[in-house]
Design a protein around this ligand. Sequence first.
Ligand SMILES: C[S@@+](CC[C@H](N)C(=O)[O-])C[C@H]1O[C@@H](n2cnc3c(N)ncnc32)[C@H](O)[C@@H]1O
Length: 252
Amino acid sequence: MHQILIEKIKDKPPLDRLDNGFVLHFINEFFKRSNTLKIKCENETLKEREIKKIVKEVRNELNKIYGQFWKVKKVKLNLNYDIHQSTFERKEFYHALYEKLFSITGKPKTVLDIGAGLNPLSYGLIGNDVFYYVNELTKEDCNLIEEYLKKNKFKFEILQGDVLEIKEFPEVDVCFLFKILDSLDLRDHKTSENLINKIKANYLIVSFASVTTKNRGMNYPRRGWFEQMLKRLGYKFNKLEFVNEIFYVIKK
Ligand SMILES: C[S@@+](CC[C@H](N)C(=O)[O-])C[C@H]1O[C@@H](n2cnc3c(N)ncnc32)[C@H](O)[C@@H]1O
């Protein structure tokens, strides 16, 4: 029954690129909220409309953290900034962004990019002399990123999979957590805090969107919880504001 649910959920691109185990994790999260449907699923007595409800709700959750960012349903090899929401929004200020970030952190020799999306397309602005560790969720997206980085002669290693399942991170000068924490903190902010504590980097650069993916303003673009958490953990930080995005440069 779980397999049928997984297949139905993945029947809509770009969710078809997600690994089955990741989708299953979200189905189990759904069942934590609905024990009746969980039992029916185990007994294989789910009605058609109940299956539809599960598929719809799990898809909604997966779209919040993955699907909504891809502006095309099928990604082919000619990657560009325009097909991912985050790079699309950043393309006008990438150059200025890296200049400002590295004026604080110094030019890194090693970078870890978590939930990288298509941010690797901007590595040319950082340089080919840097070693990049790149994390993304799905095998397909990682293959695309790998082909791009190989073709453009970058030094890199791909870390494919759910970042929350990575046991040990490489030690790096700078770690990018661009627009990813909101995707990880579906219930509370403990997940972000654990991740931030676990990463071994001289600097963390964390960003948040200040508009929604539909270009609407946000009620709390400056993440109060995040600044309070940094203060509680005793990390010093600088804040940089760009058009649609706020960056925190954090000294670990
Ligand atoms: C808003 S996008 C940001 C992409 C990129 N960091 C940027 O700002 O250009 C969030 C990205 O995180 C990835 N993602 C979401 N959950 C993840 C997880 N648990 N582990 C690794 N990557 C994840 C998604 O696939 C998506 O590409």
